[in-house]
Design a protein around this ligand. Structure first.
Ligand SMILES: C[S@@+](CC[C@H](N)C(=O)[O-])C[C@H]1O[C@@H](n2cnc3c(N)ncnc32)[C@H](O)[C@@H]1O
Length: 216
């Protein structure tokens, strides 16, 4: 995601559309179903960036509700513009560090899925501790997934992919859905290619998809 300044149209979208689609951070559990106006399966997308994938998946899965969590303001603006343009009713946004969101706003065992697509790689070894996906984070995230629900992570950084797999294998409530001994799966059809991903592939990066399911 480009860390550019916020554009006029993004700012305008935030000013005019936040009331409709953005849920403010609160330290209390949020009655998500009342925000969506229905009871439907709930998926949390962490680090939605510009929301390209959010829009595509939400379009293809109208019977599922999506919470997009992102800290980057321009991304929030663009996603808001696109929600309004597509008139999708199954996306809400929250602009806050996902650790806080998971801790306070989401009930245990309430999500059917969590999507984390291309988390910031922090490639330098001395920055690895800043990576989002670590044991404590995973433990918290897994506690929010229902029995039978899933956690889907995709990255184009091999060492991060391996670190993620290793951390997930330690989560005893999860099982890997991969039939492959290396532990990765082919890209599920519901995850569209993004510009970001296409750029990575051009640079010779591979993409690793990891899906674990909650089994106890
Ligand atoms: C590399 S970008 C990928 C964005 C998008 N998923 C994509 O594939 O294009 C990672 C995103 O995660 C967001 N992010 C990083 N840490 C976060 C956190 N703790 N809570 C919420 N979002 C976070 C960043 O702001 C950034 O937009």
């Amino acid at each position: 995601v480009r860390r550019g300044r916020i554009s006029k149209s993004q700012r305008n979208a935030i000013e005019t559309l936040s009331k409709k689609y953005v849920i403010s951070y609160t330290s209390e559990l949020v009655p998500w179903h009342s925000y969506f106006g229905r009871v439907a399966p709930l998926v949390l997308e962490i680090g939605s960036g510009m929301g390209e994938v959010t829009i595509q998946i939400a379009t293809e899965q109208p019977d599922t509700d999506f919470i997009a969590c992102e800290v980057h303001t321009p991304g929030i603006g663009t996603l808001l513009q696109n929600i309004e343009a597509t008139q999708l009713r199954n996306i809400r946004l929250i602009q806050k560090d996902v650790n806080m969101v998971l801790q306070h706003m989401i009930s245990n065992e309430s999500l059917v899925g969590i999507h984390i697509f291309f988390p910031d790689p922090w490639p330098k070894r001395k920055h690895h501790k800043r990576r989002l996906i670590q044991s404590d984070f995973l433990k918290l995230a897994v506690s929010k997934i229902q029995l039978g629900g899933y956690l889907h992570i995709a990255t184009d950084w091999e060492d991060y992919a391996l670190q993620i797999l290793q951390a997930l294998r330690q989560q005893t409530l999860l099982t890997n859905t991969s039939p492959d001994p290396h532990g990765f799966i082919d890209k599920p059809s519901y995850r569209p290619d993004t510009k970001f991903e296409k750029r990575g592939i051009k640079l010779g990066h591979k993409v690793w998809d990891i899906v674990f399911r909650k089994v106890s």
